[in-house]
Each structure stands twice: as structure tokens, then as C-alpha cells.
Design a protein around this ligand. Structure first.
Ligand SMILES: [Zn+2]
Ligand SMILES: [Zn+2]
Ligand SMILES: [Zn+2]
Length: 302
């Protein structure tokens, strides 16, 4: 099905499942669409004991259109993550690796759909295009400017358990892409929450994002209706039309390494990693600070 978005024509990779079509530009080098099942949301995979679509987080009883910190139980319990225009607050915090966990208003909240504490759950709002790069396979670029702190897209796929993530990584053939993202959230000294998302077979546009050692997006786990976090990607700086969107597979941002320990109990250190298989692969991000190789994280195998 051919669609037109912002003056460009192409095929909608999401088959109408997103709010807005995700264009895919096919080139002579990559004439066929990649084979996978498009899903805008996480789905429950092997070893994941909680169905990500089940509502497990309590809601607030605000009867206003948008929630106020003074009266909202959601905002009081977890703090305000976004401003009134849905821009992520405290960007500096995420640069250090420390962040307050983000909880949005959910299906049990009585506030309106337009509440400013509903962002990631509103889904894709930006015109994005999957295109064929000359040296890194597929990539994703934006067809409109993006402001720093804006939610861009999720990294959605099958949510799987640790053992399954390990099994899939070991079963992988050399040269195959690995798509599994492992997010570890540390809160307190001995509390670690691990989430593994694999968009290889079932996934969204996020699976086409390339790694960069100087990325323009960063990843933050965001909880909406479920305790299973959604892996949300936000703009780390203002991004121009047609810029390629990238994130650091090792979870860092602005050359800050991801941090594992935390300073206070309410802050959580988040460590994300997606490797590209067990072989060292050259990084082609082309930035000045390039580390030459894609991140290699073997912690999943230990
Ligand atoms: Zn609300
Ligand atoms: Zn509220
Ligand atoms: Zn709420």
C-alpha cells in the first residue's frame, strides 16, 4: 500500500498500525522489505512472566484534563517527568545515567487523554522514514525537525526472560544482527530489574535504528499501564529534517558511560545494552569520537 507523508511517497512499513505511516524507501541495493511482523507495542514472549498489555500499575483520581503535582497521586509518587508541552524534564539527569523512574498516567487514571503525563502511550507522532544507508544496512531518518527532549519512538518487540535472551544470543549465527536490548535498572543497593526486548521477529520502527558513538537519541524505560517498562527513545538534542536517528547501543549518551551505581535510593541507574552479536563488528557511525567497534557486552552470557 503506497502512502504519501509530508510530500513523500512510499510504503507504510507499519501497515496502518501506527498513528502515522512509517515510510520505507527501497533502493536498488535493498529491493525487498525486511521480513518481520510489525507491532507498535511490546508483546509477551517466552520467559516473560508478566503480560505487558495487562494493567498492573494503580491510577490517580484527578478529574482535571491534565494532572497537577499538588493533587495527583501519580505525580506525587513518581515526580513529574514532562513539562506541559510533553518535553522530558531533567535531561541533565539522564546524561549522568541517574534518573528518576518515569511513570505515566495510565488506563486506571481518571484524568483526560490530553494529560501532559501521557506521552509514550500516545505512540508515534513524528514522520519517520526507514532508508537504506550505503554502509550500515537500514537506518531511520526524520522527515521533520525534532526538539530536544521530545519522545521519538519506542524500541518495541518481544519481551523475553533472561534465559531466553541468552539462548537466542548463543544460537545466533555470525553475521546476523542481534536486536536484543537488555535494560538493567538499579534502585537501592541490591534491587535490579532486568528487561529484555527482542524486535527481530515482532517489532516496530525502533529495530532499524543504527548505533552511533555520538547519538542524537537516548533510551529511557517508561512505565505506563504495566510494570514492564517500555523502552522509549527521546531526542537528546534538536534534530534537523532528514538527519539519521541513532542511539548508543551501550546505553550511554554524550560520551557519558552508563552508570551502574546510584547516589540516592529514589534515583535509578539505568544500563542498556544491545550488542551486534558475539563477534566484534566495526562501527561505521563516522563521528569524531567513534570507538571503532560496536559495543560488545557479554554480561548476558554470564
Ligand atoms: Zn494524568
Ligand atoms: Zn493525576
Ligand atoms: Zn495518573
Amino acid at each position: 500500500m503506497t502512502v504519501a507523508v509530508g510530500g513523500r511517497r512510499g510504503v507504510d512499513l507499519s501497515n496502518g498500525l501506527e498513528n502515522i505511516p512509517v515510510l520505507i524507501e527501497r533502493s536498488p541495493d535493498e529491493p525487498t522489505c525486511p521480513e518481520f511482523q510489525y507491532s507498535p507495542d511490546n508483546v509477551q514472549g517466552p520467559g516473560c512472566t508478566v503480560d505487558p498489555s495487562e494493567i498492573t500499575v494503580p491510577g490517580c483520581s484527578c478529574i482535571t484534563q491534565s494532572c497537577f503535582t499538588e493533587s495527583c497521586s501519580c505525580l506525587q509518587a513518581h515526580g513529574r517527568a514532562y513539562n506541559n508541552t510533553r518535553i522530558l524534564l531533567d535531561l541533565h539527569k539522564t546524561n549522568t545515567g541517574y534518573c528518576s523512574p518515569v511513570f505515566e498516567c495510565n488506563a486506571l487514571c481518571s484524568c483526560g487523554d490530553t494529560c501532559s503525563n501521557r506521552v509514550v502511550q500516545r505512540g508515534l507522532r513524528l514522520r519517520l522514514e526507514v532508508f537504506s544507508t550505503w554502509n550500515r544496512g537500514w537506518g531511520v531518518r526524520t522527515l521533520e525537525p525534532i526538539k530536544c527532549g521530545k519522545f521519538v519512538c519506542e524500541y518495541a518487540g518481544e519481551v523475553i526472560g533472561f534465559e531466553e535472551a541468552r539462548r537466542r544470543q548463543l544460537a545466533q549465527m555470525t553475521g546476523q544482527n542481534n536486536y536484543i536490548i537488555a535494560v538493567r535498572e538499579h534502585a537501592g543497593t541490591d534491587s535490579v530489574t532486568e528487561t529484555f526486548v527482542d524486535p527481530a521477529v515482532v517489532g516496530n520502527v525502533g529495530r532499524f535504528l543504527n548505533h552511533s558513538c555520538l547519538p542524537n537519541l537516548f533510551m529511557l524505560p517508561v512505565r505506563v499501564h504495566s510494570v514492564v517498562p517500555r523502552l522509549a527513545l527521546f531526542a537528546g538534542r534538536d534534530i534537523d529534517v532528514l538527519e539519521e536517528l541513532t542511539f548508543d547501543y551501550s546505553g550511554g549518551y554524550s560520551n557519558q558511560p552508563s552508570v551502574e551505581l546510584l547516589s540516592t535510593r529514589s534515583d535509578a541507574a539505568i544500563q542498556a545494552s544491545r550488542t551486534d552479536g558475539l563477534q566484534r563488528k566495526a562501527c561505521h557511525c563516522g563521528t569524531k569520537n567513534c570507538r571503532q567497534f560496536l559495543p560488545l557486552d557479554l554480561s548476558i552470557l554470564n
